[in-house]
Ligand binder design. Structure first.
Ligand code: MLT
Length: 396
């Protein structure tokens, strides 16, 4: 008899956002027609920008014409899109070549799939609170996980030390869920640490476009030495509203080798076997994000989300609630009111003011006592949610 992967028995009963969706569904069944203010999962509310929509329409028309039709796409991405993404890095002074860029169907898929490159007996360090898929993907693969707790005392940006030695090091900056951003010096310490120990950093840059402070690094490859110890995983989900359209990209430097083997070559081997590439239509839409028009339009949308963040932060400031994030990040990470655990706070917000957020405990044990708000909601809803939240926190 074939055995299932018994590592699954080590997972929590359900995935964080699935558990929340179930709670919300139960509430809606009991309160039909009641409007909910959704600031839980980081799902975007604004439609795709015009430049992308136009490119998608053109790509659909191409598929109707034998002369312009595309079948299988190159597994690692259309050469033109790989070059476009490399140019996006080069435009920021980061030396990435097109053969180092792999087009993917999204960062969350890639964060799990990339584990194929590594020996399963190795260990993974997860800086917590953390996006729960890091832990779950490693549990499923049966890898040893080292949980590194962070907190207010280090601004949720811990430094590496002897206890953080691991084969894989997950770093997310701007961070999901705390919104904390590593500066160059702090990131340099992790890069030096990884090179010293032969570890590999899996750098989740899904929120890079939210950085408005030019002093902060948007890519790990802005840090000297990163090309010999890091893989960067990025996505258009939050940058360009592709949560439902799906496209991401991964950068694996040519210089990244372990045991004499090139990880870039290994990923080519993996992708050419396990995928048939991202669809032509979606890759055409994605290319439009990187045009001058597309960049202007996506930044107009990002500014709307940044205004949402400002509305929420002002409300929290008025009631003197501690929080971080929200400035170079679409997430706000607040302290729950004294004596309230994060799931009770979730229930209270849902039941009393119909606002949905995400309990900090869902991002790891050290997230208990905190609560995350996403700022990707509709602006009118965000204003009303902030008003209701402020009132509740005032005890009115
Ligand atoms: C989140 O809310 O943490 C993210 O939207 C989840 C994701 O990107 O899969």
């Amino acid at each position: 008899m074939i055995l299932p992967n018994m590592n699954y028995t080590n997972l929590k009963d359900s995935y964080l956002f699935f558990r929340i969706a179930q709670k919300v569904k139960a509430y809606q069944e009991q309160h039909p027609g009641v409007h909910l203010y959704r600031m839980g999962i980081g799902d975007v509310s604004l439609p795709l920008c015009d430049a992308v929509i136009k490119a998608l329409h053109e790509a659909v028309d191409d598929q109707s014409d034998a002369a312009r039709f595309h079948g299988y796409m190159p597994e690692c991405g259309a050469p033109s899109l790989r070059e476009t993404i490399a140019a996006y890095y080069q435009g920021r002074g980061v030396n990435v070549t097109s053969e180092e860029v792999f087009v993917s169907s999204g960062a969350s898929d890639e964060l799990g799939d990339i584990l194929d490159l590594f020996d399963r007996s190795g260990s993974s360090l997860v800086i917590e609170p953390a996006y729960p898929a890091y832990v779950d993907a490693n549990v499923m693969a049966g890898r040893k996980i080292i949980h590194l707790a962070s907190g207010r005392e280090n601004g949720f940006l811990p430094e590496p030390d002897d206890a953080s030695v691991a084969d894989l090091l997950y770093i997310c900056s701007p961070n999901n869920p705390t919104g904390a951003v590593f500066d160059r010096e702090k990131l340099q310490r992790w890069v030096d640490f990884a090179n010293r120990h032969g570890s590999i950093i899996l750098f989740d840059a899904a929120y890079e476009a939210f950085i408005s402070d030019p002093a902060l690094p948007r890519s790990i490859f802005e840090i000297p030495g990163a090309k010999t110890c890091a893989i960067e995983i990025c996505s258009l989900s939050k940058t360009a509203g592709f949560t439902g359209t799906r496209l991401g990209y991964t950068v694996i430097p040519r210089d990244l080798k372990r045991n004499g083997v090139s990880l870039n070559d290994m990923w080519v081997r993996n992708r050419t076997t396990k995928t048939n590439g991202v669809s032509y239509i979606i890759q055409k839409g994605a290319a439009a994000v990187f045009t001058a028009e597309g960049q202007k339009q996506i930044h107009d949308n990002l500014n709307i989300y940044k205004k949402n963040a400002a509305v929420l932060m002002e409300a929290l400031d008025r009631v003197n609630i501690w929080y971080c994030g929200g400035k170079n990040s679409p997430y706000i990470w607040m302290r729950c009111p004294e004596g309230t655990d994060s799931w009770s706070f979730f229930d209270r917000l849902l039941n009393e003011i119909q606002v949905i957020g995400t309990p900090g405990e869902g991002f790891g044990a050290c997230g208990e006592g905190y609560f995350r708000f996403s700022t990707f909601g509709n602006p009118e809803d965000t204003k009303e949610a902030a008003r209701r939240l402020e009132k509740l926190l005032r005890g009115e």
